[in-house]
Each structure stands twice: as structure tokens, then as C-alpha cells.
Design a binder for this molecule. Structure first.
Ligand code: ZN
Ligand code: ZN
Length: 305
């Protein structure tokens, strides 16, 4: 196989995109595709300021790198959740990368700000740690991006993440979560526009980019990921893909183009959550009187949430 761009021997064959590339040309392919995704979905308009929520992993670091390299007004935001043996290593990688590339970085330290780190909160609550983590990150990234005047909040979610998220929500029959699994969610007064410019790439394709571009990332796993059902389903889909190549693609893209819009339309008509209100404690957007984050950090530590 020959590289589509330069004609030399190809190193990477991407069946999904029906293209073969050499290592030297791969970054150009990746970057062009990210730019096309952004343009087609109007994810980032001219002069908009982008805040990339980074975790230190390959996807968010690759996203930060590609947005900076292609000329967007890019900053990084890291939420240090206080996960022992993990959060500090991720922060180190992010700090040194941002310093080297002159990227403004905001670090939010959960323990300093809220009095408790995730490890401590999760011991006190009955809810799964990863679910608590997701709730906290969703609210804080939005609040910080909004309060610091960013127009866009970008995350490194890729196709494999999207597939697992969709699958979990299908198993739970959560039509409202399925209706919001889109590459872009428009913003409002309280919510910053959220975009996923890597949503068309697989885990492997992003890893190729990070490695060829020498982007540093933390390769260790979060100690809580063992408990996450998403980890189990990711592995399950990968083993299915080995037996039936192409199944991930056909299921995910088939669903997203044929079924997701119907569910979205239905969900918008029957949404029981009502209008977005402000939390009575912190003022952040919520569908209830008190937001989930305030419930997590409430004094009633053993509360039902
Ligand atoms: Zn080439
Ligand atoms: Zn609140």
C-alpha cells in the first residue's frame, strides 16, 4: 500500500476512512479532518476563544495540540480531583506541555475549592465514583469556561467514547442522555457551547497522532476506572470488533444518523425536566432546586446521591 499523499510506502492503513498514509503525512490528514469537522459543524467560529478541558490523557492532549497548531485561540483547563497517585501525575504532564507551548492554563483544585477531594467524597457517597466525577467535571468546566469569558468548551471525546456512552444509555433506556449525545451542544446564558472535535476518530487514530507528533500524555489509568462500567463495555466492543470487523462503525454511525435524530425530536417534546433553573445554593444551572454538585458536597454526606 502506498501513502495517499506522497506515494511512499504507507505505515498506517485506516479502513474506516479507506485511506493509507505514511507516518510523515498522517498528522496532515488528522489535522485536516479535525478542521473539516469543526467547520462543518460550526463548532468554533472566527475569533471565538476555546477552552480545552484536559485530563492529561492522549485524547485531550491531542486535541489541545491540534487546536493550538492550527491557529485557534486556545487555553487549557485542568480539574485536579485529588485522585491519589493519578491527578498529580496528569497535572505535571499538562503543566509542562502548556509552559513549553505557551498555552494559558487554568488549574482547579477540588480539595482546595470544595474542601474534599474526589477520593474522600466517593467514600462517603453511595453513588459510583465515576458518576460523581462526571457530574463534578461537567459543572466546573462549564462554570470556569463561562466565568473566564470563553466561547467554546472543547473535550477530547472520540468515537469509542461516544459508542460506549450511547450503548450505556441504550441499556438504561435513557432517551434524554441519548438525545444529547451530539458532537456539539449549543450554549446559552449559563451554559458554554460544548464541542467534541475528535468525535470522528477512534482511540487508535488519536493515539497514532499523539505518538507521531510526540505529544506527551499520561498513559496510566485512573485507579477508579476498574469500577467503571464504561471500561468493561469498551473492552467488550473491542472484542466484538475483532470477531466482526466494522461492527463498531456500522452500529454507531447507523444509530447516530438514523435513530438519534428521532429520539432527539421525541425527547425535546416530552422532556419532563422542565426549564433550566439556577441552583439555590451555588447559582449554577440545574433542572432541580439544588444542583447535583451541591448535593454531593452537602453536609449530609451519606445522602442518597
Ligand atoms: Zn506520505
Ligand atoms: Zn449548586
Amino acid at each position: 500500500m502506498r501513502c495517499r499523499f506522497c506515494g511512499k510506502k504507507a505505515d498506517i492503513i485506516l479502513k474506516m476512512h479507506r485511506i493509507a498514509l505514511c507516518k510523515k503525512c498522517y498528522p496532515r490528514f488528522f489535522e485536516n479532518r479535525v478542521l473539516k469537522t469543526i467547520e462543518k459543524n460550526k463548532m468554533i467560529e472566527d475569533k471565538e476563544k476555546v477552552c480545552v478541558a484536559v485530563s492529561g490523557g492522549k485524547d485531550s492532549m491531542a486535541l489541545l495540540h491540534v487546536l493550538k497548531k492550527t491557529g485557534f485561540r486556545t487555553s487549557a483547563l485542568y480539574i485536579n480531583l485529588g485522585i491519589k497517585g493519578y491527578s498529580e501525575k496528569c497535572e505535571e504532564v499538562i503543566r509542562s506541555y502548556c509552559k513549553l507551548h505557551d498555552i494559558p492554563l487554568i488549574v482547579y483544585d477540588l480539595e482546595k475549592e470544595k474542601g474534599k477531594a474526589l477520593d474522600e467524597v466517593s467514600k462517603l457517597k453511595r453513588r459510583a465514583t465515576c458518576s460523581i466525577c462526571g457530574t463534578i467535571k461537567r459543572q466546573i468546566t462549564n462554570k470556569i469556561a463561562r466565568d473566564n469569558g470563553y466561547n467554546v468548551l472543547a473535550t477530547g471525546h472520540n468515537m469509542d467514547d461516544g459508542l460506549v456512552f450511547l450503548f450505556l444509555n441504550l441499556l438504561n433506556s435513557d432517551v434524554f442522555a441519548i438525545s444529547s449525545s451530539k458532537p456539539m451542544l449549543e450554549g446559552s446564558d449559563l451554559l458554554v457551547k460544548k464541542v467534541k472535535p475528535l468525535y470522528r476518530f477512534t482511540d487508535l487514530e488519536t493515539r497514532y497522532y499523539a505518538e507521531i507528533e510526540n505529544i506527551p500524555y499520561y498513559n496510566g489509568k485512573c485507579p477508579h476506572s476498574k469500577e467503571a462500567s464504561s471500561t468493561m463495555y469498551k473492552e467488550w466492543w473491542n472484542s466484538l470488533e475483532e470477531k466482526k470487523p466494522g461492527i463498531k462503525n456500522s452500529f454507531y454511525w447507523g444509530f447516530m444518523s438514523n435513530i438519534q435524530p428521532i429520539i432527539s425530536k421525541y425527547a425535546s417534546e416530552v422532556d419532563p425536566r422542565g426549564d433550566i433553573k439556577r441552583c439555590k445554593i451555588c447559582g449554577e444551572p440545574t433542572s432541580r432546586d439544588i444542583c447535583s454538585v451541591c448535593m454531593i458536597f452537602s453536609k449530609d454526606a451519606a445522602g442518597g446521591i
